[in-house]
Design a protein around this ligand. Structure first.
Ligand SMILES: Cc1cc2nc3c(=O)[nH]c(=O)nc-3n(C[C@H](O)[C@H](O)[C@H](O)COP(=O)(O)OP(=O)(O)OC[C@H]3O[C@@H](n4cnc5c(N)ncnc54)[C@H](O)[C@@H]3O)c2cc1C
Length: 416
């Protein structure tokens, strides 16, 4: 079967790309080994982060590095096989985290983030899923005076970019979330124009249904090989093969493995996270996602219960689950809310697709015509899926671009 465009990967990024292309009358096949929104875009914290104008640099101060080394932190952990496997990417991450680079990268990053809520809104309206979205922000809770003061100053500066917040005293935090025990905290920042999704996987599925309602095709099979075929592409899966004029690789943390046989060696690396749901009760009901910044975890009100989401663990994609970080986090979380009955027997884990310069790859592959890349959105791929979808549609249809894609090009690593 021949399509105008095949998109590999039905996470938030690939589904948004397929949606935009189909809306503009392309004949699109969205291919995934699972049903849409079943991997990283299922398990995240569900925040659409308009406030995320800052990237996540590698710690560069010796004191910060020393804190990470014992590998006991709750916000970041590492495993040696992954450190060795991704050492080049990590070195790049360290280099790009120099303050002068960070400034430039953040300006480029912000050109994407500024569109996140408006682009999600178009898809939410088309999919008719207002009930999945809460628009009353999330709460960043602080335990230490210095960090809190710095965060409040940064929040004030963020107003220049239209990002609204309210600084909360401990009493105000308690009034906002009466079920919480906030002993040990000193205050919080309530980010007002970011959104909370009550079931991230369902939002992707709803976007995929909206794509199908526009006569888009969804295929469930695992892509084994992609091959140039004349001016177009052949995609071979475990049970079929397909042809297209254009091919988009949006396979999240799996993307680099798929394109390696075509001669692309992009330094994508995974940063794992875990989640566990606890039954929601009258005693632990919360109105907003609460983030314990000092311990690096999120407590979110989800349809499945209270979802506790961990920070980052550098682990190989296929490494066995290690619940050490999650258990450490639960020690803090259970002090804040009564979390008694866990919903799943085994916690979920998945990997953020990260690039050393903390920016996604969006655009032409560079070496092959009609091959497009869209992956590496790191900590904010759920937020940035829809704007990425819009840009990729504009690129393929040769339309004026909403965002300059030069900073996100796939060739930037071969140049350096
Ligand atoms: C714990 C955690 C919390 C997070 N919290 C947030 C948050 O609050 N807000 C936010 O914006 N981001 C958050 N993120 C990041 C966000 O989840 C990711 O950046 C985003 O989901 C990536 O989307 P994606 O579509 O690129 O990848 P994915 O959702 O992983 O989709 C890739 C798809 O490709 C498919 N695929 C792979 N290989 C093949 C193949 N060979 N054949 C067929 N299909 C294939 C997979 O099955 C998968 O469905 C979080 C991540 C984690 C881990």
């Amino acid at each position: 079967m021949r399509y105008e465009v095949i998109v590999i990967g039905a996470g938030m990024v690939g589904t948004s790309i397929a949606w935009h292309l189909q809306k503009k009358n392309s004949k699109v096949l969205l291919l995934d080994k699972k049903s849409p929104g079943s991997e990283t875009s299922y398990g995240n914290a569900g925040l659409i982060q308009r406030e995320a104008i800052h990237i996540h640099p590698f710690p560069r101060q010796p004191i910060e590095l020393l804190k990470v080394l014992p590998n006991k932190n709750t916000d970041i952990r590492y495993r040696w096989p992954a450190v060795l496997r991704y050492r080049q990417a990590l070195l790049g991450y360290w280099r790009f985290s120099a303050p002068s680079s960070v400034q430039k990268i953040e300006k480029e990053w912000q050109t994407l983030i500024e569109h996140c809520t408006s682009e999600h809104q178009k898809m939410i309206t088309a999919a008719g899923v207002e009930e999945l979205i809460r628009r009353d922000g999330w709460v960043e809770m602080h335990r230490t005076d210095d960090k809190f003061k710095t965060a409040v100053a940064a929040a004030k500066n963020a107003r220049e970019q239209g990002i609204e917040h309210q600084v909360l005293s401990l009493a105000e935090l308690k009034a906002l979330e009466p079920n919480g025990n906030f002993d040990g905290f000193i205050g919080a920042i309530h980010w007002l124009n970011s959104w909370q999704v009550s079931n991230p996987g369902e939002l992707v599925k709803a976007y995929a249904k909206s794509f199908r309602d526009m006569h888009g095709t969804i295929g469930e099979s695992s892509v084994k090989k992609i091959l140039p075929d004349g001016d177009g592409w052949q995609v071979i899966t475990d049970n079929n093969f397909f042809y297209s004029d254009h091919l988009v690789v949006a396979a999240g943390p799996w993307s680099s493995e798929l394109i390696k046989p075509l001669g692309y060696d992009l330094p994508l690396f995974p940063m794992r996270g875990y989640h566990q749901h606890f039954e929601a009760t009258d005693q632990n009901a919360i109105n907003h996602s609460l983030v314990d910044v000092d311990n690096g975890f999120v407590m979110g009100p989800m349809q499945q219960g209270i979802r506790i989401t961990t920070g980052a663990e550098m682990a190989l994609m296929d490494a066995a689950k290690d619940f050490g970080q999650l258990h450490a986090v639960l020690g803090f979380a259970k002090n804040i809310l009564p979390l008694n009955d866990q919903v799943e027997n085994e916690p979920w884990c998945g990997s953020r697709p990260c690039m050393p310069d903390m920016k996604p790859v969006i655009g032409a592959s560079g070496k092959h015509d009609n091959l497009w890349f869209a992956f590496g959105h790191g900590h904010q791929g759920f937020t940035l899926g829809p704007i990425t979808g819009r840009i990729v549609e504009e690129l393929i249809h040769n339309q004026p671009l909403t965002v300059d894609v030069e900073p996100f090009n796939a060739q930037r690593f071969s140049k350096s």
